[in-house]
Ligand binder design. Structure first.
Ligand SMILES: Cc1cc2nc3c(=O)[nH]c(=O)nc-3n(C[C@H](O)[C@H](O)[C@H](O)COP(=O)(O)OP(=O)(O)OC[C@H]3O[C@@H](n4cnc5c(N)ncnc54)[C@H](O)[C@@H]3O)c2cc1C
Ligand code: FES
Length: 261
């Protein structure tokens, strides 16, 4: 654990902020850090840039992330990591599908892919226009960005998986990468499997130690630890994770079933 100072805070949306720290990182997109606020908690958060200043993008949705939203430039937090397995770039023509606060690790992946001369198409979805993340950032690095919102206030009205279905009728890709609500990722996998496109999924499970020791983030079916063998899993691994798309475990280990199934 080291103590790091906040260098910059960017207000991305009403509830989402990007924090830039006075610390350099060189990691794989998809990896995460454990952030500790004394007397509050320690939580896993994905890197939203894979190198340069350590950067994370956080949705305020509960006690810890609401506290993060109150932090100011110059405040200090504890950091461990980066940890976990990141995305592996496959082929030259990449498709990214991100929903809500699942977009930050995909933006980091887009940066790395473009640096390596790959073509990137990103489908970015959100509930409403003001919640769409990183559309300009992705366009500015030369990615093709297709947007959608549940309420139709920006891009196509509907879900990322509707846009994906339309796109895959016309085009194909060497590989696909997805992060966002698990129900969305289930549907992405169904579609990319039908088209034979290798796909990597970034999974969220309740992380405590972050380094593979406590066993809290183990998934049923494969016994893999999300913090160590994940959070990024390949499609052939996800097929064997029997809880994927069905349930996750809370802090006490109790199963919490996903809605809409
Ligand atoms: C590998 C990984 C990467 C993540 N990256 C991001 C990110 O880039 N940006 C972002 O905003 N959020 C990210 N999260 C989720 C983030 O950890 C939770 O939003 C945060 O822990 C919520 O804590 P809270 O006290 O604010 O809210 P709570 O009200 O306690 O919880 C809100 C939601 O977060 C989940 N959650 C709470 N604690 C944890 C925990 N220790 N581990 C996993 N999930 C938890 C809860 O199950 C609930 O669904 C990531 C989670 C994981 C596992
Ligand atoms: S959180 Fe402890 S093993 Fe993954």
């Amino acid at each position: 654990m080291r103590v790091t100072k906040i260098k910059e805070i960017i207000r991305e949306t009403e509830r989402i902020r990007t924090f830039v720290f006075e610390e350099k990182v060189d990691a794989l997109p998809g990896q995460f850090v454990m952030v500790w606020i004394p007397d509050v908690d320690e939580k896993p958060l994905s890197l939203s840039k894979h190198k340069g200043d350590l950067t994370i993008t956080v949705l305020a949705q509960g006690p810890f992330t609401n506290k993060m939203a109150e932090l100011k430039v110059g405040d200090k937090v504890g950091i461990r990591g980066p940890f976990g397995r990141g995305f592996k770039i496959i082929g030259d023509n990449l498709l990214l599908v991100g929903g809500g606060v699942g977009v930050p690790p995909l933006a980091a992946l887009a940066d790395k892919a473009v640096e390596e001369g790959k073509n990137v198409t990103a489908i970015v979805g959100a509930i409403t226009a003001s919640e769409l993340l990183f559309v300009d950032r992705l366009e500015n690095i030369g990615a093709r960005v297709l947007t959608c919102t549940d309420d139709g206030t920006a891009g196509k009205k509907g879900f990322t998986t509707d846009l994906l279905r339309d796109l895959l009728q016309k085009e194909t890709f060497d590989s696909c990468y997805t992060c966002g609500p698990e129900i969305m990722m289930v549907k992405v996998l169904e579609q990319t499997k039908a088209k034979g496109i290798p796909t990597q999924v970034s999974m969220e499970r309740y992380v405590k130690c972050g380094i593979g020791i406590c066993g809290h983030c183990i998934v049923d079916g494969t016994g893999q630890r999300v913090c160590k063998e994940g959070p990024v899993f390949r499609d052939i691994e996800v097929e064997k994770i029997t809880e994927f798309g069905k349930y996750r475990r809370d802090a006490s280990g109790t199963k919490v079933y996903f809605r809409n199934r």
